[in-house]
Design a protein around this ligand. Structure first.
Ligand SMILES: *Cc1c(COP(=O)(O)O)cnc(C)c1O
Length: 458
């Protein structure tokens, strides 16, 4: 044990007391319901008393923290006590968001989980994967679902693949366990999936794929942006690391970009250090995020917290709206196919039904499936019909965005998934005439009326 001066030791003791208070706050909230956690997080009355009594989490826009004296500075900067230090490293407002997300993703999960937030979902995808790719003199490969977000496809195939020399082994059908298992070898570093995927809504059997990963001592990383913790929590199903673009349904208001990485403590990994396995989120935040610097603005952290408070209710009613719209589109004679996990006709329906449930059930407490508010569909008549339909929307926004409280459509082949090229899109299962459709909070009658008049145009 290193000897510390009595002055530094005093701050180490203060740090232990602070850690104990934080742990007690977390434990107290873990026993509350999902909505209560979403509304309060860990910002309690004692914390408020120390913050001028503010009942809403204050936004600490300060770039740095002041220290009482050199002993305090030494203890803080040597990580001997919890400290904010500098907003690139940590910040109280960001901490409130991180703790809330860890509690929500870890809801009813018997292990421990920690979270860290980033300035965008892409930064979260990068930071959830790059710690597993440090060199050990051997070649490396990763096994990933090809049906994933375009930005993720680029990070894996270009940034990790081309630029770092990591071999990317794509899984075409993520429900095929043999396809996952047969691509793993001694040099594999992780398995990566998206559930459900953007934009094809492909469904991943998380528990089964996690079992394949764990049999090889590997972590499974799952991007659950489209489901949100209100409908599905991958840790509960056996995943090790969860990625979110908070920009989407979690911050549905559309004011801020943000991302998150939430990980279980004690995850399997063939590459160290031990700190990575013990608490991946903490290690990555304290070491990699500190150095790369993708920190979120504290102001955006508060905006996300604000939207997060009503997440469960929003995902419930937006899912119900989406079901109505999906059923309308499915029966329309000008529609070739509708991809929505809640439709019985959808390939991944059974697997989605097993995994996507409204947290804490319906009003009367009964268990209900909810499938989120993203769908894709293809009109008959190929690209010309898709473009004509798209151009005819009067209320549904044309934008490369999703998760919004407003209905929005895009054509992935010429937008979000344009950069990966035709071969990449073929691999990812994105036909050129696929329209990705985010169902908003407008009355479904009005959404259907806009679709109807647009379909009349073709
Ligand atoms: C949008 C998105 C991302 C990237 O998030 P940004 O906040 O836009 O950087 C990652 N994964 C999925 C599934 C997404 O939809």
């Amino acid at each position: 044990m290193t000897e510390h001066s009595p002055g530094v030791q005093q701050y180490i003791e203060r740090g232990k007391a602070l850690e104990a208070e934080r742990a007690a706050r977390r434990t107290a909230m873990r026993h509350k319901k999902f909505d209560t956690i979403a509304v309060h997080g860990v910002y309690d009355m004692q914390t408020a008393t120390a913050s001028e009594g503010s009942i809403i989490e204050p936004v600490y826009l300060s770039s740095a923290e002041h220290y009482d004296n050199s002993d305090h500075l030494e203890a803080a900067l040597s990580s001997l006590m919890p400290s904010w230090i500098y907003t690139r490293i940590a910040n109280p407002t960001i901490h409130y968001l991180e703790e809330t997300l860890a509690l929500l993703e870890g809801y009813r999960f018997d292990g421990e989980a920690s979270a860290f937030v980033t300035a965008s979902g892409n930064a979260a995808v990068f930071l959830a994967t790059v710690p597993f790719l440090s060199h050990n003199g051997q070649p490396m490969n990763i096994v990933a679902q090809a049906r994933c977000y375009g930005g993720t496809f680029q990070i894996l195939s270009q940034r990790h693949g081309v630029e770092r020399g990591v071999e990317v082994r794509w899984v075409r059908d993520p429900s095929n366990l043999d396809e996952w298992a047969s691509q793993i070898d001694a040099n594999t570093r992780f398995l990566y999936g998206e559930m459900p995927s953007n934009p094809s809504l492909t469904v991943l059997p998380i528990a089964q794929v996690a079992a394949v990963a764990h049999a090889h001592g590997l972590p499974l990383i799952v991007d659950a942006t489209i489901a949100t913790p209100a409908l599905m929590r991958p840790l509960e199903h056996g995943a090790d690391v969860v990625v979110h673009s908070l920009t989407k349904s979690i911050a549905s208001g559309g004011h801020s970009m943000a991302g998150a990485v939430i990980a279980r403590h004690g995850l399997p990994s063939r590459i160290g250090p031990d700190a990575l396995r013990e608490n991946f989120a903490h290690y990555t935040k304290r070491v990699l995020a500190r150095d790369y610097g993708p920190s979120l603005s504290p102001l955006n952290a508060l905006m996300v917290l604000n939207d997060l408070r009503t997440l469960r209710h929003r995902m419930d009613f937006l899912s119900r709206n989406s079901m109505t719209v999906a059923r309308y589109l499915e029966q329309h004679p000008k529609i070739e196919a509708v991809l929505y996990p809640g439709l019985e006709s959808f390939e991944g329906y059974t697997l989605a039904q097993q995994q996507m449930w409204l947290v804490d059930g319906a009003e009367d407490g009964s268990a209900v499936n909810r499938y989120g508010h993203l769908m894709s569909f293809m009109p008959k008549g190929g690209v010309p019909a898709a473009r004509k339909l798209f151009d005819a929307f009067q209320m549904i926004w044309r934008a490369t965005d999703l998760g919004r409280i407003k209905s929005i459509a895009t054509i992935p082949a010429i937008s979000t998934h344009q950069q990966q090229g035709e071969t990449g899109r073929d691999l990812a299962g994105i036909p050129a005439h696929l329209i990705r459709f985010n169902i908003g909070g407008e009355h479904p009658d009005d959404i259907i009326a806009d679709l109807e008049q647009a379909l009349d145009a073709i």
